[in-house]
Write a protein that binds this ligand. Sequence first.
Ligand SMILES: C[S@@+](CC[C@H](N)C(=O)[O-])C[C@H]1O[C@@H](n2cnc3c(N)ncnc32)[C@H](O)[C@@H]1O
Length: 363
Amino acid sequence: MPEKLRNIIEDIARDFLNSSLTLRYDICTCNQCRNDMLAHILSHVPAKYVTTEEGALHTIMQQTRVEHQAEIARAILQAVDIIGSNPRHKLKENRAETFRLLLEKIHEDRNIDFRHYHQDLLRRRVAVRIRALGLPSYSEYLRTLISSPGEYDRLFEVLCINVSEFFRDPEVWVKVRKLFETAIRNKKAGHEKSIRVWSAGCANGEEPHTIAILLREILGAELSGFTVEIIGTDVDKKAMETARAGEYEKNSLKNMDKALADKYCPCKAGVCKVDDRIKNMITIKYLDLTTNDLVTDCDFVFCRNVFIYFDRGLQEQILMKFYNGLKPGGHLIMGKSETLIREATTIFDAVDAENRIYRKKTE
Ligand SMILES: C[S@@+](CC[C@H](N)C(=O)[O-])C[C@H]1O[C@@H](n2cnc3c(N)ncnc32)[C@H](O)[C@@H]1O
């Protein structure tokens, strides 16, 4: 009987389509457009009718899903491209414009300029909040930010991905240790007794703490005769509080030598507390890299896994900032997936390209 038959391709396609649309805040995804997309998909994938009383319906669905997933995925891509970018109706929201307004609002209210961040990455992150609140559009989200400013905290949590760990990419720190040793040896030879390090985008503070541990280990008893300044900066105030508190889960110490971890970050009941001797070597400050602010006179600048957010124009600007923040011959250490671009390749020498360690040219 026809009413007992069901096209399971339709169920599967609707399911796939809904999951692929959850991330698409750049096109119209209203019900009408969704239905148009589904109709497009169904006209490109053969129907498969089964009776709704079929005992093995679940298994048949699973098999059909596997058999047709490539075909359905292709049809979804086409449908999203054709219908998403040319909806039948007039667009209710100019998404690009509302998104621009949203970024302007954030800039105005919180003084963080996300306009030159990678827009696709930002859209995906904002989409996480929009979905969590069950809102239909950027404009609704903009209204929510106005009526409930507390939402900013949650938005920044998803925008500022502040994952880090002590001795992240351990092989880099083996090289950094050698550079620290050389720098201190040279300073001692020149009767200079200070070292200044900037950790830009320091998140929860694992990076500046790692730097402090290394310098303390290298200097040993001579530390008291040396001025060591380690300045960790970020825009995420919650992460900065964690950095100041210096309390971490055991997992963030997983790259650390056990003896070193026990010496400087002993763990009790799963909480590892950084020793005051290390904490006191660090200052955590708010500094937005997209502004003109910088830390000057640095021997070392660490800016790792922060550039992913920025477009090339902003990256170039920030690289110039680091150039200006470093003393001649000072070192810049970037993240393993980041690299110097454009003009910056001519003003820094690669000391260790694989580990993204560069030296400011002395002219
Ligand atoms: C993934 S964490 C990197 C932490 C650490 N450097 C590391 O490599 O483990 C990226 C950090 O960059 C920060 N960030 C993003 N935009 C920034 C900006 N405009 N100025 C300063 N920090 C920023 C985020 O808040 C986040 O804490």
